[in-house]
Design a protein around this ligand. Sequence first.
Ligand code: PEP
Length: 262
Amino acid sequence: MRRFFVAGNWKMNKTIAEAKALIGALSPELATIDNVDHAVAPSYLALPAVAGLCKGTGIKVGAQNLHWETAGAYTGEVAPPMVAELCDFVIVGHSERRKFFGETDESVNQRLKAALAVGLDVIVCIGETLEENEAGQTEAVVTRQLEVGLAEISETQAAAITIAYEPVWAIGTGRAATPEDANNVHKNVIRPFLREQFGEARAELMRIQYGGSVTPDNAAELFAMSDIDGGLIGGASLKPESFIAIVKAASMVAIVQQESQS
Ligand code: PEP
């Protein structure tokens, strides 16, 4: 059985002081949940403080992006060894990076390889836009993003990768995909691709998060689906009570699934 992985993407929110306060509110509650992996991805500036506060709490810490070069003349960028000093994982290919900062499937692949080379776990984000969805292109788009984004990655390296399926039209809109529609993409497009690329055994172990307007109200229904292995949470990760409720929903679903299997 795959362990749920629920990660909060704080995006460009929270000053250092606000980030510390949020971790202060999250950690006592999250410390009581040991059957779900949970994580936060603050801004670069808040990372040192957050990483320090999360040490020993079980909360994993990630960055929201990284450059692929090890060092050099890339003003404003952050290199993989710098991220690896503080973080357990990094997010690459978020649709906001693709939309506002011109990131491509090719540069996602470069970032992924560079992150794996320094020992980071990686969340690779994929997902179709509204126009692509309405044109019936979801499968083609997601498959292309996976083909190029995961190019030249070995089965062993894949152990460090989580896929986040985030339909762009669902991010920050309050309009989540239905559990059935999301699971259809996870189960019938992404998992088969992972099987083909990395083999049956690895594909069964890899986690596929859903992201896009996950809230305490819809989390349990989403997580109860066969191939939704957690969530990448934006807006609802900024408030302690809603992020805690979403992690608790994953924990409850995990208990029910465990019981039904034994
Ligand atoms: C995200 O930023 O990855 C995201 C899914 O945002 P939200 O939960 O706010 O839709």
